[in-house]
Design a binder for this molecule. Sequence first.
Ligand SMILES: [Zn+2]
Length: 307
Amino acid sequence: MYVTTMTAIFLWIANQTCPASPPVNGKHVNASQDTRMVVLIDPGHGGSETGACSQVTHECEKKLTLELGLQLRSRLEARRIVRVEMTRTTDEHVPLYDRSAQAQKRRADLFVSIHVNASQSHRERGFETYLYPDMPRTIDSMGSLPPNPDSRAFAQWNVDRVAADLGRRGQRRCSVQFGDLVESGFRHALGRRFDRGLKEKELAVLAGLDVPGVLVEVGFADHPIEGRLLMDPAYRRRIVEVLARAIETWSKLGRQAGCLRSETPNHPAKPAPHRTEAEPQEELPNLPELPTHMTRKERAGLLTWRT
Ligand SMILES: [Zn+2]
């Protein structure tokens, strides 16, 4: 009885100190052994920041991005190739600089911000991916004014600035490679003609990142066709699948290219060893025929909005 009780107590203590972690590729691992890439998914906007609201579906960007982000998390967690963190999982306001700061706090290797577009004309459609520019227009990449050029502080400032630029350049090269992967996935899944390209912009959400990151605009909520497609579960599954495959492929290519946090102690990244096309996998989920032309009614609706 005593032995049985002691065994039970020992097992109870063991369970408390070493909680069983979920299996990875069929094996149980604890957090320190888990070497999987960590992706931080950032559903754009939230709380009082609604983002663009569609006159087609009356849905706002903050809700669409959260739904897509949560779907992406479930899809990635089902295959357990990468570890997933989220900047938000509810309808809450998260400051922009906080989102990139979370990448460092959560030891993320990759940052993916999800957004939905809108245009003044309500006629634009397609997908695009943004990177932080190589040469931001701001006076220096450290975010501060240079000290007096004659001072010792200036010499240190210069050293720090060069180091920051080198770091950003290495990180940017990785962001370009990952952005290419996302774009090629979208071209394959949604059609080349809807590709608006890989672009650069000084976006605050990407400015403070210390790891590769992109902002993806998955479509235009206010376009009469695309707005409705973004509400279609099959279409959304396709978007999620593109992002999931790009992230999973990157967990391998990014590691080979020295782009993951643990692989980049101090030096800039090497080019990816292969073309950054998504690996062929099973077919994408079925998608109903994509409408490419507007009906007369939709065109009429478009005219109404413009007046
Ligand atoms: Zn947005």
